[in-house]
Write a protein that binds this ligand. Sequence first.
Ligand SMILES: [Zn+2]
Length: 492
Amino acid sequence: MSEIAFFRRVAVTVIAWASGNSLFAGPGLAEIREADLKRDVYALADPHFNGRSAGTIDELKAAAWLAERYRAIGLVPAGDDGTYFQYFTLWRNQLSERATVSLDGAPLEMWRDVAVAQLAHATIDAPVVYLGPAAAVDLAAAEVAGRVVALEANPAEFNPAMSLPTWRYARSQYTKYGLPLLRRGAAAIIFVNDEVGEKCWDDSVENFKRGTYALEGDPNAAVTAVAPVLWVRAAAKARLQGGKAVLKATLGVDRYPYPSVNVVGKVAGTDAKLAAEHVLYSGHTDAHGIRNPIKGDRIYHGADDNCSADAALLACARAFVRHPGKRSVLFVIHGAEERGLFGSRYYAANPTVPAASIVAVLNGEMIGRNDPKTATLLGATAPHKNSDALVTMALAANAEGPGFTVETAWDSPSHPEGWYFRSDHLPYARLNIPAVMFTTLLHPDYHTPQDNAQNIDYAKLTRMTEWMYRTGWKVADAAERPAVNPDFKLER
Ligand SMILES: [Zn+2]
């Protein structure tokens, strides 16, 4: 070691010591600043990005903004063809704008009087068999083959403990009553709204309108169903109840490619050998775009979900650029997470570095809200824990730094949210890459326009970022990469 390097090292050690942090915990802690995090969240959650809906120009603009931040910070491009970008194609299926539905010759206005919950290429002109309340239908015996059947939604399926009970209400009816009838050959299913369904209508419709998305090459990319699932308003009940109603419907499906993009940058490691390995930090660009208004706002800004984590990644990037670790560090901000983890599924299948070189995935997902004292690490408890070593490092990083009370209940397979399966670490965990998700959990503004930059707790976000940075530093600088638990097996 040269004298200059020696004295620089002493100075860094003294500074780190003075701030209560050993070098081992991460020499770049001073690069994690609340002011930067706040500025970046405000910029990315700004209304001019229109809620960054996946596959739209708004998501692409936000991705370009992130790439420009990467460049300014000094990350090396690590996407395709020497750029920060990895583009991928989604296929989207949406109900044709020419679709029509009528009952007894009276047209129903699409999305106001009737909604199409399951797309199908179907032309129907048939009497409607009225089965009555869903809860009373004998799903194994009702004669439904080749018939159009109507049944009343069962409000007992409403789970107020869930976030978004709105469109998930319709899905729970579909799973419990719709699927068994479809399997037995029903030609179409009509759910008749109850009072809960009426309250959920606007949100359900926004989700149905989007249609379906799939990655190119996915066998499910095309709509193959022939039996549609419709919802009608409670007002249609009287007409259907008589048992003589006739449904006429022409339900075409439009199919078209949709572009999305991952934003990928890198800091090279300093160790001649370990630099070939990568610690992967993960976030996502997209939010929910422009939708039904709530409290006077139609833009679903997604400030906590997920500008908070993206800003944290930018801060960690500053820290690693200033003080690289032995291993290389990748920053992947995924596209199209909200539509089904498509960016992470694509990157995990088409990584821009060898998949075997990714030693850990540190995913941030909504990290700026709720009680300042608590936070959650998903993937920290069986059966979702896939690396004791990584979890030990993450918990030690918390103890040395922010000192959150770490909640573990959300890893339980019986937790109603099943949240482990709903963010971008999942496709990597499925490849047996050690993976955890840092989060401060759901809140009443989740997936509403009120998830905005004003409602973020920036002091807490700073401490969450510190936790993610300290964890990444430990992984980047460890002699051994974190081992995968040999018995790891997800419950679904
Ligand atoms: Zn999210």
